[in-house]
Design a protein around this ligand. Structure first.
Ligand code: AMP
Length: 286
């Protein structure tokens, strides 16, 4: 594709490093925003946070095959590089890194970054291998770009903690910052996968944040964690979600299980549920 004015697009590690080396030589700091493209306001909020955090902003776009299960939506995942480039240019992003797959997984590639307990629960349990794929690709992107900071959305809260863990464990000198969830006016968290929803499913989808908000209120009101989780599950099923993968209250830093009694300190409420072929996730602080 032709380049968007003012937004260079690079597809190789060598070209990426040619830019970042120059910036570092000038003493400029770098923020990286890793994405899988099909950009929306949620992604753009990360780019804006990156703009504030560093002198230079790199956004990566790579639909990572290793984080999709064999029966998941890798082939169908929305891709629109032209629109993504225009949106990034509009946010004064300095560089778009859209690596050729062979730059990430060259022939013979055989290393997996595997995180322990944090990656075994919730999405880790529901999507075997998912966080190995995420941790492996994010480690590559972080080492290729070597930013000062990297920005991730709290929409994927468990992913944010997994990435903080790997940064710490691998001694990467990078700060991982979390950005608040950007929502549609009816409360649904923005997601590239919302494009899969039929109009009827889109209406039902808005009950997910409503159910979580109601559950948060009842936890604050003293209802037990166990009862709140099971009422929220039932409410999601009654709203039309065909399958609820989990509704769980966990510690915000280590994802330790809270409850079954009333909440005694701050935590985070997480849910994942299916509408037809679309899996939605959401979370909020409690
Ligand atoms: P994805 O392209 O879905 O892999 O997401 C790339 C980054 O954008 C991740 O750090 C996500 O957590 C973040 N993100 C996605 N949706 C939202 C949202 N609605 N609000 C905030 N961040 C988001």
């Amino acid at each position: 594709m032709t380049e968007t004015p003012n937004l260079p697009i690079v597809r190789t590690v060598a070209a990426l490093r040619a830019h970042t080396r120059l910036w570092r030589e000038r003493g400029e700091t770098i923020a990286l925003v890793p994405t899988m493209g099909a950009l929306h306001e949620g992604h753009l909020s990360l780019v804006r946070m990156a703009r504030v955090q560093a002198d230079r902003v790199v956004a990566s776009i790579f639909v990572n095959p290793k984080q999709f299960g064999p029966k998941e939506d890798f082939a169908a995942y929305p891709r629109d590089e032209r629109t993504d480039a225009d949106l990034l240019a509009g946010e004064r992003c300095d560089l778009m890194y859209a690596p050729d797959p062979a730059e990430i997984y060259p022939p013979g590639f055989s290393t997996t970054v595997s995180i322990g307990a944090l990656a075994q629960v919730m999405d880790g349990a529901a999507r075997p291998g998912h966080f190995d794929g995420v941790a492996t690709v994010v480690t590559k992107l972080l080492t290729q770009c070597a930013p000062n900071v990297a920005i991730f959305g709290e929409k994927d809260y468990q992913q944010l903690l997994v990435i903080r863990r790997l940064i710490k464990d691998l001694d990467l000198q990078i700060e991982a910052l979390g950005a608040p969830i950007v929502r549609a006016p009816d409360g649904l968290a923005l997601s590239s996968r919302n494009a899969y929803l039929s109009p009827a499913e889109r209406q039902i989808a808005a009950t997910l944040p409503m159910v979580l908000n109601e559950a948060a209120r009842s936890l604050t009101g003293g209802r037990t964690v166990a009862e709140t989780e099971s009422l929220a599950r039932a409410a999601l099923s009654a709203s039309g979600f065909q399958k609820v993968d989990y509704v769980e209250v966990r510690g915000a830093d280590d994802l330790s299980r809270l409850g079954p009694g009333p909440l005694t300190g701050p935590g985070r409420l997480f849910a994942a549920a299916w509408l037809g072929k679309t899996r939605l996730i959401d979370n909020l602080a409690v």
